[in-house]
Design a protein. Structure first.
Length: 221
């Protein structure tokens, strides 16, 4: 079985996984734990660095590009994978399908509206389209992306070489994963809650993060 197939299988079995562990902690679970269970991760990019870190980086890009799983910067701004099975339940409980660009803060709404009309796009393309070009607007742009990632309104969709370093292409979840979005729109809250409760441990930090986001945005249904 290829590394790609192993990764998809692991994500589908666990339903939610980070890409890399946080300080090598076992919770929340990461794809690293599934592919390299006996290895401690060392985040180094030197000539003698662990090549598993680099391999997983490239695998993450391939997974986000192929769309067999859902990829976004959801858990505290960190790269997170969701299975197709559980993603609709998260979208439902995050209120994603009820959100319109005009209901968001102006900068977030501008980015979301742009991606709804044309997905995916790179950060450079989005900055140009929303008049947030230049280093002076970098923090503003990143702040505007945060609610879009947290509420799973956008997903990662591969990388594009824009010069010094490849950039993550972003797309509206509604456009990239139409079937998942439609399933979330039809799903009721009780079904979403049961699906997540059945698939994730009660003490999962992913559940804690979900509850934190719902509280932050005052999502009651």
């Amino acid at each position: 079985m290829s590394s790609y197939d192993k990764a998809v299988q692991a994500i589908n079995k666990s339903h939610v996984l980070l890409v890399y562990p946080i300080k090598n902690a076992k919770d929340p679970q990461a794809l690293w734990h599934k592919l390299f269970p006996r290895s401690e991760m060392r985040w180094e990019w030197t000539d003698d660095a662990d090549d598993k870190v680099v391999k997983l980086w490239h695998l993450k890009t391939e997974l986000s590009e192929q769309h067999d799983v859902v990829y976004g910067k959801w858990f505290r701004g960190r790269a997170t994978f969701f299975s197709h099975e559980i993603a609709p339940a998260f979208l439902k409980l995050l209120g994603a399908t009820d959100i319109r660009p005009e209901s968001l803060a102006p900068d977030s709404g501008a980015i979301y509206e742009e991606l709804l009309s044309d997905s995916p796009q790179t950060p450079k393309m989005l900055c140009e389209a929303t008049d947030m070009m230049g280093s002076i607007h970098r923090a503003k742009f990143e702040k505007a992306l945060r609610p879009l990632w947290e509420r799973m309104l956008i997903v990662g969709s591969g990388e594009v070489d824009e010069g010094n370093f490849p950039s993550l292409a972003m797309g509206a979840t509604k456009n990239i994963f139409e079937d998942i979005w439609d399933e979330a729109r039809r799903m009721d809250q009780a079904t979403a809650e049961k699906l997540i409760a059945d698939q994730l441990p009660q003490d999962s930090l992913f559940l804690t993060n979900l509850q934190r986001i719902r509280k932050k945005y005052k999502i009651s249904k």
